[in-house]
Write a protein that binds this ligand. Structure first.
Ligand code: GDP
Length: 259
């Protein structure tokens, strides 16, 4: 289901669950619940297809790993709009980046998880349109990694358009996630929360986590986009929508299509 053409062949309910997993939860809410935050970013088919084309490599549109960096002065020049992905180790970050790039099979998402090995920021270039950065997972060796690399990157990177903060959809916000939120709020950086591994969570658990995190975002944050993004890298749910949001925040979708 990596490609929309496959998803479009599914029956309607299943299709909605894959493309708009958050909307799929709406029907289980108490009547009268305000669902505005479930549908702020609700692109049409044309926008989803345009985003998919951006994430599909082809002749004249290479998608590739560019380089890794441990320090900001090793980062590639900030020439294109950029998005970055951060989250606790094991949150499903490499799996998600692999799923996003699944239509560009030559892209190698490198993983360095061996304890003791220096973690790096990995830069991927999507044609002439944007770069995507896989930041080191926090938890292990944090806060050193954070101070030395992640904080410096978030504070200094001029072309950074949006930070995607990954949160485990099964366990919800953890202490280290709160630290990341505080940091993003302190820096005044626009970010969005992505709930991962939703195929693993029961509907009850997922709904509980979604509502709790939505409430947290509403009450405690300034820079977080009010709509949560739900993804499963195994089932590809939410992946097409996330591609579309990345295309949107990097200025690669006409605004009318994205609304
Ligand atoms: P990272 O440390 O954040 O890069 O996490 P990984 O992508 O390596 O994922 C950590 C573990 O979670 C691995 O065992 C993955 O197979 C599993 N995982 C990641 N994403 C998903 C998902 O969407 N669904 C399920 N069921 N498992 C996932």
């Amino acid at each position: 289901l990596a490609a929309l053409s496959r998803v479009l062949r599914l029956e309607r309910g299943r299709r909605t669950a894959i493309v708009f997993p958050l909307q799929k939860l709406e029907r289980y809410l108490a009547p009268g619940t305000d669902t505005a935050r479930f549908r702020l970013f609700q692109p049409g088919l044309a926008a989803l297809q345009r985003a998919e084309a951006l994430f599909s490599s082809g002749c004249g549109h290479p998608i590739d790993y560019v380089s890794s960096a441990v320090r900001m002065d090793h980062a590639p020049p900030p020439a294109l709009p950029e998005v970055c992905f951060i989250g606790r180790s094991n949150v499903g970050k490499s799996s998600l980046i692999r799923a996003l790039f699944s239509l560009a099979p030559e892209v190698e998402v490198r993983v360095s998880k061996t304890p003791g090995h220096t973690k790096k920021m990995n830069f991927f270039k999507v044609g002439k349109y944007f770069t995507l950065v896989d930041m080191p997972g926090y938890g292990y060796r944090a806060p050193q990694d954070f101070v030395e690399m992640v904080e410096a990157y978030l504070q200094e990177r001029r072309n950074l358009k949006r930070t995607f903060l990954l949160v485990d959809g099964v366990v919800g916000l953890q202490k280290t996630d709160h630290i990341a939120v505080e940091m993003l709020e302190e820096f005044g950086i626009p970010y969005v929360m992505v709930l991962t591994k939703i195929d693993r969570a029961s509907r009850r658990v997922l709904l509980k986590n979604v509502l709790e995190i939505q409430e947290f975002v509403k009450e405690n944050t300034q820079g977080c986009f009010p709509q949560l993004f739900l993804v499963s890298s195994v089932e590809f749910s939410g992946v097409h929508l996330l591609r579309c949001f990345v295309a949107h925040v990097t200025g690669n979708l006409p605004t009318v299509e994205a609304s």
